[in-house]
Design a protein around this ligand. Structure first.
Ligand code: ZN
Length: 292
């Protein structure tokens, strides 16, 4: 079984990429967007997608599928993009949970997307998109038909599922959050909802890679001490960080065997948003859900 997921295009022009294979090639977590419901083994189907820059309504620095709501883009364009992502996933827009991420370690259980979408002055697309959950960098649910969305532009998007227990999570793991243990907080919240570490399958999405992510030596040492395995050397021979490597090691040490990595680097892949390559810019999204 390959440790790296294959990446295949989603619906034409949608900007949605379906990541599959690796631990997710099993019947419990199909690769297509079709065929919802429990599989014959009784475990839940789980869907995971990552978006690219393509297929959205945003312009300029945010061209075009920006899903970040706090980066200076036109709110109407962001709302339209969020509606489009939900539609590509086959979810009602009001059933996708978004976060107002703060580089913290809070992981919040949710049962359904909380509407904040009233108000007649909002544009039609915006009226369908719930307000984001404030001050959280992770969300977890055991409810089917609810999409959990995480926003990144170099940080690590973590999508996790225990398909046996029917528990999923989405986490924003940047340098600070990863070093301070948000992925372990995610595991705790998943277990609290009935998940078992050995059954949890994690997909780490597109992020800045260890040969591109240059940091000062002091920071390199500090993060490597907090998150063993994250130290790297850049292609310039300078101190770097590979957050995905550190998070993957942390997960395995916590008993999670199913860790897959989407190897794309946001800094070098111009199909993806990268904060370091050019800020301000947009955010790509990772989305995970259990079809109802
Ligand atoms: Zn890179």
């Amino acid at each position: 079984m390959t440790p790296e997921p294959a990446v295949t295009p989603g619906p034409a022009g949608s900007g949605v990429v379906v990541s599959a294979a690796g631990p997710f090639a099993s019947s419990s977590a199909g690769a297509s967007l079709a065929g919802p419901g429990p599989d014959p083994a009784g475990s839940r189907q789980v869907r995971r997608i990552f978006t690219t820059r393509r297929g959205g309504a945003s312009t300029g620095r945010y061209e075009s599928f920006n899903l970040g709501g706090a980066v200076g883009d036109d709110p109407a364009a962001v709302a339209a993009n969020r509606v489009r992502l939900a539609a590509a996933a086959g979810l009602p827009a009001e059933r996708v949970v978004w976060m107002r991420q703060v580089h913290g370690t809070t992981v919040t259980p949710v049962t359904f997307a909380v509407g904040g979408a009233a108000g007649g002055t909002r544009a039609p697309a915006a009226a369908m998109v719930p307000d984001p959950l404030p001050d959280t960098d992770g969300i977890v649910t055991a409810t089917t038909g609810v999409g959990l969305a995480v926003l990144v532009a170099d940080c690590v998007p973590v999508l996790a599922a225990d398909p046996v227990a029917g528990v999923i999570a989405a986490v924003h793991a940047g340098r600070r959050g990863a070093a301070e243990g948000i992925v372990l907080r995610m595991l705790e919240q998943m277990v609290a909802l009935g998940a078992t570490a050995a059954n949890i399958e994690v997909l780490l999405g597109p992020a800045i890679c260890g040969t591109c992510y240059e940091v000062p030596l002091s920071l390199h040492r500090e993060v490597a001490a907090a998150l063993p395995g994250s130290a790297s050397t850049t292609d310039r021979g300078t101190p770097g960080l590979d957050l995905r490597a550190g998070v993957a090691r942390q997960l395995r040490e916590a008993g999670v065997a199913g860790v897959a990595v989407d190897p794309r680097c946001t800094y070098t892949d111009t199909e993806l948003f990268s904060h370091r390559r050019g800020s301000p810019t947009g955010r790509l999204a990772g989305l995970i859900w259990m079809p109802s």
